[in-house]
Design a binder for this molecule. Sequence first.
Ligand code: GAR
Length: 208
Amino acid sequence: MLKIGVLVSGGGTNLQAIIDSIESGYIKNAEIVTVISSNPEAYALKRAEKHGISGICIRKRDFQGNEEFLKALEEHLESLGVELIVLAGFMTVLGKSFTEKYKNRIINIHPALIPSFCGDGFYGLKVHEAALEKGVKITGATVHFVNEETDGGPIILQKAVNVEDNDTPETLQRRVMEQAEWKIFPEAVKLISEGKIMVEGNKVRRLL
Ligand code: GAR
């Protein structure tokens, strides 16, 4: 059983998609051992509680500095034997020492087709605002491994979603979640838990 720690900051719909995929048996070889939130009010923590998963708030501002924060985060993850860290709408940048320590063991969902609309400052609704501003006809979501470059790690899965003429950032966000994020994020966790993902440099190869 692959032990997963899910890091969240908000509503937690992607966390929910992974919980549902484990409960339905779509993901067979993984369990969520902790949900860590950067926000004590995050609805994601309630979702965890409803499914009997223990949740905790570990946020940067409660520590003297970034090092202390990361130390607490690492200690918590290590104490539970977490093998895969899943960033599901987690809005704190983790930094180089952390991403190097957990190389190819942290995955993130981004609500656009990387390398479009990604990097520093592109998160949540801002991503969809930028896509509408640019007038793209297709956007989507990307699951990738996390390295020191924001949204720059090896890409695991992507899925395209159409942009409609009358979209607002909110309607586009919802469609990207429904048609892409909630599908490819559990799929990536499933593939990793089955040992079907291999990283070669900056490329991911999917084993049959
Ligand atoms: C999701 O759309 C996720 O792709 C995005 O935040 C949202 C979290 O929603 N993540 C980023 O923008 C990261 N750069 P959720 O809390 O309902 O899963």
